[in-house]
Design a protein around this ligand. Structure first.
Ligand code: ZN
Length: 320
């Protein structure tokens, strides 16, 4: 049994319309689902991805306007950067120019762990990095043909999750002994010790970089921060087996929760980051035609009879 790599990341926005504009307009991703947070139906849950929102390509946001005045406090116990895959040096050249033209400040093209990358933030300070995935084994997604970015330069999904922790050992133990990752490298970067891990096929799409900062303050989730990250399980059978394995390791884990587009289990790793394992399917085309994903508010069947009430409490997203 092996995890198939990275599934999705879920972060916090406080400005849904601006968020849609940035991820679809500037980054050229497709809004594949506009739904609500199942645990708080007054909040949008926005999903961006490739043409179908394939597992491994999803970047998702809870819209929590009440956190507008509460920016994320970076530190230990959080996902400190999400890496997005693009292919080849030409793509990075394209993105450096595109981000500059869009007024997005970025760090230019730099070499990180042997690959070209560009670090930048979204308008709310969400830390992102575009990185070359030329060596990838995990299949990347395909950009939506109606996206704003030429297909050959499009974002193909998640490349890596960077986690910052005070002490690498407990998190490394969960990654290797519980989740089946293998250590792939260790180096100094920006004054911190970085330990890299790969799972399944390895390479872009299956990497966790563990950044050890013993003096970092405790991170505090807010606007522009990451709520949790998810890894891929192919089916329900393996999903259940993972749940048993996590429990057997003495880690509290939720029962399987049906998120309708996939099924989920959640647990907190000892470094403080909330992890999820999600099934690859059934996917985003289960309740909408693939040509019209994300155009209307989607609700899972158990919320459908409350549609009127739920819609009345949501501010419509108008993207100009
Ligand atoms: Zn999730």
């Amino acid at each position: 049994m092996e995890l198939g790599g990275l599934h999705h990341m879920t972060a916090v926005t406080t400005e849904a319309a601006e968020n849609v504009r940035f991820y679809t307009g500037t980054l050229g991703m497709r809004l594949v689902k506009k739904t609500v947070n199942q645990d708080d139906t007054s909040a949008y849950h926005l999903f961006y991805g490739d043409e179908l929102g394939r597992a491994g390509t999803e970047v998702t946001f809870f819209d929590w306007p009440q956190l507008r005045v509460a920016p994320n406090h970076p530190g230990a116990g959080e996902v400190s950067t999400t890496e997005l895959r693009v292919t080849g040096d030409d793509a990075l050249g394209y993105w450096a120019a595109r981000l500059s033209e869009a007024g997005v400040s970025h760090g230019g093209i730099e070499d990180r762990d042997g690959r070209s990358s560009i670090s930048f933030t979204d308008p709310e300070g969400q830390r992102l990095r575009l990185a070359d995935d030329s060596s990838a084994v995990v299949e990347g997604g395909r950009q939506w043909e109606k996206g704003d970015v030429p297909a050959e330069f499009g974002i193909r999904g998640l490349g890596a999750f960077d986690l910052t922790v005070r002490d690498a050992a407990p998190t490394a133990w969960v990654l290797t002994e519980v989740l089946g990752f293998r250590k792939s490298g260790e180096y100094e970067e920006d004054g911190a010790r970085v330990h890299t891990f790969e799972v399944g096929p390895g390479g872009p799409g299956a990497v966790v970089r563990l950044i050890e900062r013993p003096d970092a303050p405790q991170a505090h989730l807010g606007r522009g921060g990451v709520h949790h990250v998810a890894f891929r399980a192919p089916d329900d059978e393996q999903h259940e087996a993972w749940r048993k394995r996590i429990r057997a390791a003495g880690i509290g884990v939720t029962p399987q929760i049906d998120r309708y587009y996939f099924r989920s289990i959640y647990f907190r790793e000892p470094g403080g980051v909330l992890f999820e394992i999600a099934t690859d399917g059934p996917g985003f085309a289960t309740d909408e035609d693939a040509a019209h994903l994300g155009e209307r508010l989607s609700l899972p069947p158990f919320l459908e009879d409350r549609r009127e009430e739920i819609e009345a409490r949501l501010e419509p997203i108008t993207v100009s």
